[in-house]
Design a protein around this ligand. Structure first.
Ligand SMILES: C[S@@+](CC[C@H](N)C(=O)[O-])C[C@H]1O[C@@H](n2cnc3c(N)ncnc32)[C@H](O)[C@@H]1O
Ligand SMILES: *[C@@H]1O[C@H](CO)[C@@H](O)[C@H](O)[C@H]1NC(C)=O
Ligand SMILES: *[C@@H]1O[C@H](CO)[C@@H](O)[C@H](O)[C@H]1NC(C)=O
Ligand SMILES: *[C@@H]1O[C@H](CO)[C@@H](O)[C@H](O)[C@H]1NC(C)=O
Ligand SMILES: *[C@@H]1O[C@H](CO)[C@@H](O)[C@H](O)[C@H]1NC(C)=O
Length: 262
């Protein structure tokens, strides 16, 4: 090898390694700005009481609507799970199409508003397996909303699900609980479950959350061992609401996650 070729070769190696290091930005350091952020359950309940619920949308979520065929995959009467359901109108939309809905939400106010605003009558009963919890059931539709901490819910309470709609949920739980959340969600997935997950990418140095930043790399590190992960959409979602939080970009990622067939 000529001297100049050798130099070029070394230069190439150095540049390549620097680029590889740069691209493989370590997940831990990406997450560092929000790693210790904690929202207590009481803070969420306070938000509901003060009406600080900017996350709530009066219309069916576009990402659910646009991907419903991929979630249903031809099935009828699917059991949907809504972790951290709030009063999402998506639940009524699915129930009207003949599906069943089970949600979990800590705020009793949110649950009552859901039924009242959708003109549904309901009854409430205690959940023997979860001290202090109640389940609110619609009289007309297959909708059951559990008022409790999500981490007190399990498949032994209400079985497994054929679909999950995760919007404002993985991005809302405390970042340190993501592994615990993932194992709960996986345990709630029936074999044929189709899990639609909505996450947000932004610069976590600029806003403390919630919603929290969930990088694509972490979706893969959390679910990749047990699940196949397909990124369906990655779209610019920046509006004045997030500009007011100080953000300069916001990307919404939507994934379809299914259990690996063993
Ligand atoms: C960002 S909101 C999203 C609500 C809904 N998914 C939507 O898109 O409109 C998160 C909700 O989760 C509830 N929540 C937060 N942590 C919870 C927990 N550990 N268990 C049950 N509910 C919780 C909050 O009260 C709040 O209504
Ligand atoms: C990732 O970054 C964190 C914090 O910046 C550091 O503590 C950790 O050692 C790094 N891990 C790897 C594998 O580089
Ligand atoms: C509930 O009923 C009220 C009064 O009849 C009506 O104005 C409202 O549109 C209804 N809401 C829904 C979601 O059907
Ligand atoms: C609720 O679901 C059950 C079982 O999936 C079904 O038999 C029943 O017809 C449903 N009820 C309504 C009101 O949709
Ligand atoms: C509910 O969850 C909390 C926090 O994860 C835990 O400390 C408690 O033991 C759970 N209670 C039940 C009945 O599962």
């Amino acid at each position: 090898m000529r001297g100049s070729d050798f130099l070029l070769h070394v230069l190439w190696l150095v540049l390549f390694q620097a680029a590889a290091g740069w691209c493989q930005a370590n997940i831990t350091s990406m997450l560092a700005p929000q790693a210790d952020r904690v929202m207590a359950l009481e803070e969420w309940e306070e938000r509901w009481h003060e009406g600080r619920i900017g996350f709530h949308q009066p219309q069916v979520h576009k990402m659910l609507e646009n991907n419903i065929d991929k979630v249903l995959a031809g099935r009828t009467g699917v059991r949907f799970f809504f972790p951290l359901c709030g009063k999402a109108v998506d639940m009524k939309w699915l129930a009207d199409m003949g599906h069943s809905v089970v949600g979990v939400e800590i705020s009793e106010k949110a649950i009552k508003e859901f039924f009242e605003e959708n003109n549904l009558t309901y009854s409430a009963e205690p959940v023997p397996a979860i001290p202090g919890a109640k389940v609110y059931k619609s009289s007309e539709k297959n909708i059951s909303l559990y008022q409790c901490d999500l981490y007190n819910f399990s498949s032994s309470i209400d079985g497994q699900f054929g679909a999950i709609w995760d919007r404002g949920s993985l991005v809302a739980i405390n970042p340190r609980d993501r592994e615990k959340y993932t194992s709960l969600i996986i345990s709630l997935m029936a074999k044929d479950c189709r899990y639609l997950l909505d996450t947000l990418l932004y610069n976590p140095e600029l806003y403390k959350g919630p919603p929290f930043f969930v990088p694509d790399e972490q979706v893969h590190s959390l679910f990749g061992n047990s699940c196949d992960i397909e990124l369906l959409h990655s779209v610019d979602a920046l509006t004045d609401r997030q500009r007011n939080w100080g953000l300069d970009y916001l990307t919404e990622n939507v994934y379809l996650i299914t259990l690996k067939s063993s």
